[in-house]
Unconditional design. Structure first.
Length: 154
């Protein structure tokens, strides 16, 4: 008699592998996205540090990125923008969430790095739900009443 696996045994193994991969794949994707977010957080931290140096030297925050001693790299995942009042923003190119650093506005939120989604998205949209998931995974703490921003300790 030849020793071999039966069809039922093979199907059970395939089923177990399928269940394990269904559980593991979302966690893997989340870990990959957190690693991509760390790239943007590192750039924003550099901008934050450059803003603090600029403030110590000039008594006010820079209003333009060119005034800072920092170079923003090209990224396959992020678009970096300089907004008014010393805010630098990293917008994910395809996932619909943003990371940003605020220098001197939003009383109580000065010099903070935050995560969130664009207010043009509805709170229950696919982009808003994904942004909420990523911001929470990055350790974000909700701020404000509208629920679309999370402060990140970095």
């Amino acid at each position: 008699m030849k020793k071999a696996f039966t069809l039922i045994e093979l199907l059970v193994v395939v089923l177990i592998i399928g269940i394990l991969s269904a559980v593991a794949l979302p966690q893997y994707e989340l870990a990959v996205e957190k690693a991509r977010a760390m790239e943007a957080l590192t750039v924003l931290k550099s901008i934050k540090n450059a803003q603090e140096v600029y403030y110590l030297a000039n008594g006010h925050y820079a209003t333009d990125m060119t005034e800072l001693d920092v170079t923003v790299p090209e990224s396959p995942y992020w678009n970096y923008h300089w907004l008014s009042a010393g805010t630098a923003r990293a917008a994910h190119k395809s996932k619909g969430y943003i990371l940003f650093f605020r220098a001197d506005h939003y009383a109580g939120y000065e010099n903070t790095i935050a995560c969130g989604y664009d207010s043009s998205y509805a709170a229950n949209s696919k982009q808003a739900k994904y942004a909420t998931k990523i911001c929470k995974a990055l350790g974000g703490v909700p701020e404000g009443d509208n629920g679309n921003r999370w402060r990140i300790s970095f």
